[in-house]
Ligand binder design. Structure first.
Ligand code: PLP
Length: 394
């Protein structure tokens, strides 16, 4: 294999973007100071231009306090696990339902909508990929916040979409009036990531009403932890699409299920892309597990409430340790220490088997994103932090 790659260095390497270089380091390519990046003459020209998203690490170590990828510490509903087990039979011989009617109907029903208002995919990242390709590529640029889900610019490069980043205001919030400008479409998460701040539904509605001729996508990956969903607006606005996921509030990041809700014309665009790409993005286990998880409201509400309660306690405790904490409506906190460097805190915690997320990005490089774990995990984090702060201050 190695013979197929050419190793680039010197001036050619200098042409590669800063973030691509960071990716290569993160991706464990050979740690040779002079051989920084691998490329192949067999790659398409598109592949040379890509800057892949770098997910938070998933180390195979045990006894980690893993607060780096916003997973749910309580895991899926036991009813979801039972449904998955029940589907683990000879029936796996057969392809799943390509239209995933059972899940689309379950989601639609709880919002008083119809199955043709719902699109499902292999995680909301796949749903978003189809959204970018089907609905967000226009002559004018796509708008999204400068500090937001870093998959957005990645999708833009994959699909050749022109985009403009709109700066958050100085309290790290999205200001809707800043989006009053010519554009091809708009996408933003509510609550935003990695900041955790949420906009009230009235602001979201203003944004949608301001842009009747553009698609407005609201990525609600974290909405269950304290923001208002825009799904009730779907019936009134043909330009609104809302995406959600089973990965965070339903504890099923490993099952890969996400969905979008909108009027049928928008959903049909997604179906056209999906059926040109993969007829069966959700396997039988995912469909069975997701339907059961969706129906177990009691488990969902109980675990959500626990995460919110822990978040509020952790937020106060971090303030006691001299952190400035951005008000969060999500299952994570975004915080920076009054005096210490973010990357150093994250590195020191890591050496104590505590993982949190740090983004080496302008404006937020001193912030840490901390997923809400169990109370016990948050206690371990706090004592690790107290220890780290003492040693760094020395
Ligand atoms: C986690 C996340 C997603 C995607 O989650 P999936 O696991 O692919 O469903 C989408 N948007 C944001 C902002 C996220 O944080």
């Amino acid at each position: 294999m190695a013979g197929e790659f050419r190793l680039l260095q010197g001036p050619v390497f200098a042409m590669v973007s800063e973030s691509t270089r960071a990716d290569c380091v993160n991706r464990d390519y050979p740690a040779n100071a002079r051989v920084d990046i691998l490329m192949s003459r067999f790659w398409s020209s598109l592949v040379h231009t890509l800057t892949p998203y770098v997910a938070g690490e998933q180390p195979a170590l045990r006894d980690l306090v893993k607060l780096n990828t916003n997973e749910n510490p309580y895991g899926p509903s036991p009813r979801a696990l039972a449904a998955i087990a029940a589907e683990t039979t000879e029936v796996l011989r057969l392809y799943p339902d390509p239209a995933v009617r059972s899940l689309r109907e379950a989601i639609a029903k709880s919002h008083g909508l119809d199955a043709n208002n719902v699109f499902v995919g292999n995680g909301s990242d796949e749903v978003l990929a189809h959204v970018f390709q089907a609905l967000l590529k226009h002559d004018k640029p796509l708008l999204f916040p400068d500090i937001t889900y870093s998959f957005f610019p990645t999708f833009c490069r994959l699909y050749g979409i022109d985009f403009r980043e709109i700066p958050l205001d100085d309290v790290m919030a999205i200001r809707i009036s800043d989006y009053r400008q010519e554009c091809g479409a708009i996408i933003l998460p509510n609550p935003n990531a990695p900041t955790g701040t949420a906009l009230p539904l009235s602001e979201i509605e203003k944004l949608i009403a301001d842009h009747p001729d553009q698609v407005v996508v609201i990525d609600e990956a974290y909405v269950d932890f304290g923001a208002q969903s825009a799904i009730p607006l779907v019936a009134h606005y043909p330009n609104l699409l809302v995406t959600q996921t089973f990965s965070k509030s339903r504890g099923l990041a490993g099952l890969r299920v996400g969905f979008a809700v909108g009027q049928p014309q928008l959903i049909e665009a997604l179906n056209r892309v999906k059926d040109s790409f993969n007829s069966y993005p959700l396997d039988r286990l995912a469909i069975a597990g997701a339907v059961a998880a969706w129906e177990d409201k009691e488990w969902f509400e109980d675990k959500r409430d626990r995460v919110i309660a822990t978040r509020e306690r952790l937020s106060l405790a971090l303030r006691d340790l001299q952190f400035q904490v951005v008000p969060s409506s999500a299952n994570f906190l975004f915080a920076r220490h009054a005096t210490l460097v973010g990357a150093e805190i994250a590195g020191e915690l890591r050496s104590r088997a505590i993982l949190i997320r740090h983004f080496p990005k302008p404006r937020i490089h001193d912030y840490l994103r901390i997923s809400i774990g169990t109370d016990e995990e948050c206690e371990k984090l706090l004592s690790g932090l107290a220890d780290v702060i003492t040693s760094l201050k020395r």
